[in-house]
Design a protein around this ligand. Structure first.
Ligand SMILES: CC(=O)[C@@H](O)[C@H](O)COP(=O)(O)O
Length: 274
């Protein structure tokens, strides 16, 4: 294989490929949840294998010190090693979500980065956009850095960005559904029009979904069920790490144009190496 092309000697850009959310900078673009694992050991092993740096925790459902009689998640996911991202899973109105973020800030010694999710109903867990906007405003005014779970509506995404959310997190599909990216087009519109990081949150089912999200130009992907519900969560966590990385590299490399008709891979005239 010839090495005389200019690109063959270029260093991979991925080595310096960090991304910044609010006041924090990260290398890993895979963010993971902590729910649905068999036990704490499996949680720790899968999250370790994912090489994620940001780990999201449902404050209303997970013990991070609120209950001294139960195992504490922070014993396996140490805040010295990971950035803990408290989330408001299980909140169906702005007031409860705000209260939950304040509790998290207290439990985590003043930590102000949160993932806001205000849900519409139990069946779909679809975001309640009105309550989300309300809660985001109050939290931002109170000094929180808000990463926000939202619908894949580009206008809502714009509104959340102009309010000051530090990351926009549209759903790929319903939380826990594993249906993948239902609407790539609206996700692309959000990516095109947003200056803060855009991360697909929810609905990823397998590695190719994560790679597609990154190929579209997402800054990262957040997932839980695809890893925790896999037959082998540790292996799936590794697959997701590679998929996010591969998708990011493909995005940076720039895909070839799609063509309606064939173009031969071999030269049309002469022979190779003549
Ligand atoms: C863990 C978390 O924050 C979830 O609310 C998130 O939306 C993940 O969804 P999946 O479980 O579909 O990956």
């Amino acid at each position: 294989m010839s090495e005389n092309t200019s690109t063959a000697t270029q260093p991979t850009p991925l080595l310096q490929d960090t991304f910044t959310v609010g006041s924090r900078t990260f290398s890993s673009r895979l963010l993971v949840g902590t729910g649905k694992y068999k036990d704490m050991t499996e949680t720790g092993a899968a999250i370790g294998a994912s090489a994620a740096e940001i780990v999201t925790v449902a404050i209303r459902r997970t013990n991070i010190g609120q209950n001294s009689n139960e195992p504490n998640l922070l014993d396996v996911i140490s805040p010295d090693k990971y950035t803990i991202l408290p989330n408001t899973a299980g909140c169906f109105d702005a007031e409860t979500a705000i209260r939950t973020c304040k509790l998290a800030r207290e439990l985590l010694g003043g930590h102000n980065l949160v993932k806001l999710e205000v849900l519409g109903d139990e069946k779909t867990l679809y975001p309640n956009v009105m309550e989300t906007l309300k809660a985001a405003k109050v939290l931002i005014d109170d000094g929180f850095e808000v990463m926000v779970y939202t619908s894949d509506d580009p206008i809502v995404a714009q509104e959340l960005e102009s309010m000051g959310c530090v990351a926009i997190m549209p759903l790929g599909s319903l939380i826990g559904s594993g249906l993948g990216l239902i609407n790539r087009h609206t996700l692309s519109l959000i990516i095109e029009n947003t200056k803060v990081p855009v991360l697909v949150d929810a609905g990823v089912g397998t590695a190719s979904d994560a790679a597609i999200a990154m190929e579209l130009g997402c800054d990262g992907v957040l997932m839980n069920s695809a890893i925790a519900n896999a037959k082998n969560p540790v292996m799936m966590a590794q697959a997701m790490k590679h998929a996010v990385w591969a998708g990011r590299q493909a995005f940076l490399a720039g895909r070839m144009p799609m063509r309606k008709m064939a173009t031969a891979s071999s030269p049309q005239t002469g022979y190779f190496f003549q």
